[in-house]
Design a protein around this ligand. Structure first.
Ligand code: GTP
Ligand code: MG
Length: 650
């Protein structure tokens, strides 16, 4: 890792660190004008993000780190944050904390102080604390810790300027505040000192402060033991003996001894600095008890997921019709001359653009809008909580519902967010389930083909089949991939009225990145199909695939090329269909059975290229190809069966 530690007077690096869901990314976005994901559920930021800011002549690099609770265990997020702070040594670490959960947040603050890094405490969400009747004496907190404290309300930009100002002062060492050393109980403290001295005499080198390493050793942290053990077994042996002593005195594992001391320190500091007033039961509390109610909660959660789909169907359908009507006004401009070049240009490029606009945007936009509302209000974590039981059936806990619902939008970011799962195995299972989630591309196909021409009940049936398949296949995968499932530990944050600007920004960022990718690929693809057609290559390609498409699936031969394009992006299957026939009225050349079969196969047959790439990167290429092959064979199998069964119905 390269150590970049520019100490010139006009450049500074500020890192934002703290627990999950405290508002780090919101502050980051405000400072740098970036578009990091914001939402009311923990674990959104998974990799560090970098942005820049100019402030009073300073060139500031701001780093947004993933939210973590401690440095001791090692989830990916913890490694990312710990290594960044230790190796790259930012000039200042701004520890963002949730003022309404002061005690819990201070636990991490104490660990940061042990890292010996220049620190500023950002007391965010003070508005939420106020609503809960909590008032915090910032001066007192500052005096107890010896760390400057700035109160903020990130959603309203309150205190942000002051925060940067303080961070710059600390980063430039213009304001010296002496951090009060964290003192543990006598028996722990003497052992920390003994280990730290031993490390010095043994000349153990590490990017972390000696005291920090000593504490980690007493906590029996595997990574630290490896780091030190490779240099001096003498130290690790001594650490083991001292750990044993602690365990005999306290009759508890040593990491519990150390962490309970830290907790009691956090508790003392918090209760010293804050006052709890009397509060009435708030609306948020009432909402909370309804949405997590034993029985009602299930209906509400199911209703939320169903409602999200229904909303997308209804609004999407309406917008799609509206857009087609408006764009059909352009139809008279269609050139009368025909010929390969013109058809490439007109049908391919222009037709591609129109179909892309009318078939993609209307469905994706309302979906992402509602999703952002559900995320930002804090409702998503309640759904996860209620779904815990159901998800355990497929070896996952309720938290997995969050990436899964995100997968309804796009599988790619959803697979990234599966990092909120605790173990690698759970992440892999979650990712597998996500690749089957009916993402917006699949929704475009199901709605554009089935809902529009066969009936909305058939579209809903496809969704239902998809969910059932997810459970069935998820369960098989759970049995195949060895391991146990873990319990659900997830904190729930208060409900809040979604911030319209956050929702709007989120919707726009997600839709934009999708549209920027889909429409150009589509326009190119559509022109390519026209070109293949013009040079007479389309037929042979379709012929090669015809045993599958024509014989087994009973679809027109032309679907061969569609399914190939669909590998790139699933919307392309129906967008290309429109391009080839020059109309979006699919009923002219497909029977209802064919439409349902085509939608079913498209829904299941492969996670798109981008998803495969992420799977390969996040897990392994072996896992990615196994999932891809399994899904292709399954889709073809299921499509053939469905086509035969459906011919009895229609
Ligand atoms: N009321 C209120 N809400 C806030 C404030 N700051 C942030 N939020 C909300 O808190 C939630 C979490 O904000 P994020 O910026 O995503 O939190 P984060 O710390 O980056 O979270 P992770 O990336 O998951 O670790 C969002 O719903 C924000 O709208 C605040 O000062 N007041
Ligand atoms: Mg974040």
């Amino acid at each position: 890792m390269n150590v970049k530690h520019q100490k010139d007077s006009k450049h500074l690096t500020i890192a934002l660190a703290g627990n999950a869901n405290v508002g780090k990314s919101m502050i980051f976005n405000q400072l740098t004008g970036s578009n990091q994901i914001i939402g009311n559920w923990p674990g959104k930021t998974v990799e560090r993000a970098e942005g820049s800011l100019h402030f009073e002549g300073y060139d500031i690099t701001v780093i947004d780190l993933p939210g973590i609770y401690s440095f001791s265990t090692f989830s990916l997020e913890e490694v990312v944050s710990k290594e960044y702070i230790a190796f790259e040594k930012p000039d200042v670490v701004v520890n963002v904390i949730d003022a309404s959960l002061l005690e819990r947040n201070l636990y991490f603050t104490i660990q940061l102080m042990e890292m010996d890094t220049p620190l500023v405490l950002c007391l965010n969400q003070t508005d939420v604390a106020e609503k809960k009747g909590i008032t915090i004496d910032t001066h007192r907190l500052e005096a107890t810790l010896g760390v400057p404290v700035v109160a903020t309300v990130a959603t309203r930009g309150k205190g942000i300027r002051e925060l940067v100002k303080t961070a710059v002062q600390i980063g430039q060492r213009k304001r010296e505040l002496k951090q009060i050393p964290i003192k543990y109980g006598e028996e722990v403290e003497t052992r920390i000192n003994r280990l730290a001295e031993l490390m010095e005499s043994e000349r153990v080198e590490s990017p972390y402060p000696a005291r920090w390493v000593a504490i980690r050793l007493l906590e029996d942290d595997t990574d630290t033991k490896e780091l030190v053990g490779s240099q001096s077994e003498h130290v690790t042996d001594a650490a083991q003996a001292l750990t044993k002593e602690l365990e005999t005195i306290h009759k508890e594992p040593s990491f519990v001894v150390v962490s309970s001391e830290r907790y009691s320190l956090a508790a003392r500091t918090a209760s010293d600095a804050q006052k709890q007033g009397i509060v009435r039961t708030s609306f948020s509390d009432t909402l909370d008890s309804i949405t997590t109610h034993r029985i009602l909660g299930y209906f509400i959660s199911a209703g939320a997921i169903g409602g999200l789909m229904l909303w997308t169907f209804i609004i999407g359908d309406f917008l799609s019709r509206l857009l087609s009507d408006v764009l059909s006004l352009l139809e008279p401009a269609r050139p009368r001359v025909t010929g390969p070049i013109l058809s490439i240009l007109w049908n391919g490029v222009f037709g591609g653009f129109i179909a892309g606009v009318t078939l993609v945007i209307p469905f994706v936009l309302p979906f992402y809008f509602m999703l952002a509302m559900i995320e930002d209000s804090g409702f998503l974590t309640r759904v996860a909580f209620m779904m815990d039981n159901a998800m355990h059936k497929i070896g996952l806990h309720g938290k997995a519902i969050i990436p899964f619902i995100l997968g309804y939008g796009c599988n790619v970011p959803a697979i990234y967010s599966s990092r909120i799962m605790e173990t690698k195995r759970e992440r892999l299972l979650a990712a597998f389930v996500i690749t089957l989630a009916p993402c917006s591309a699949r929704t475009v196909v199901i709605l554009g083909l089935v809902a529009a021409f066969v009936g909305i009940q058939w579209a809903l049936a496809l969704y239902l089949i998809d969910i059932l398949l997810i459970f069935a296949l998820g369960r098989i995968a759970f049995k195949v991939v060895p391991g146990r499932s873990t319990g659900l530990i997830m904190e729930m944050h208060s409900f809040r009225v979604p911030s319209l600007s956050v929702v709007a920004k989120q919707t726009w960022t997600r839709t934009r990145s999708l549209v920027y990718v889909v429409i150009p690929i589509y326009v190119l693809g559509s022109a390519l199909v026209q070109a293949l057609y013009a040079v007479g290559l389309l037929e042979p390609l379709n012929d090669v695939l015809s045993p599958i498409t024509v014989w087994w699936l009973a679809l027109p031969a032309v679907t061969g090329i569609l399914l190939i394009f669909g590998i790139v992006r699933k919307e392309l299957t129906i967008l290309m269909l429109a391009a080839i026939y020059g109309t979006t009225n699919f009923a002219l050349f497909l029977t209802p059975v064919q439409m349902i079969t085509l939608a079913l196969v498209t829904m299941l047959y492969i996670p798109c290229l981008a998803t495969i790439a992420v799977l390969g990167r996040e897990f392994s290429w072996k896992a990615a190809s196994a999932m891809t092959l399994a899904e292709i064979s399954f889709a073809i199998f299921a499509g053939g069966i469905a086509s035969r069964l459906l011919s009895f119905v229609f």
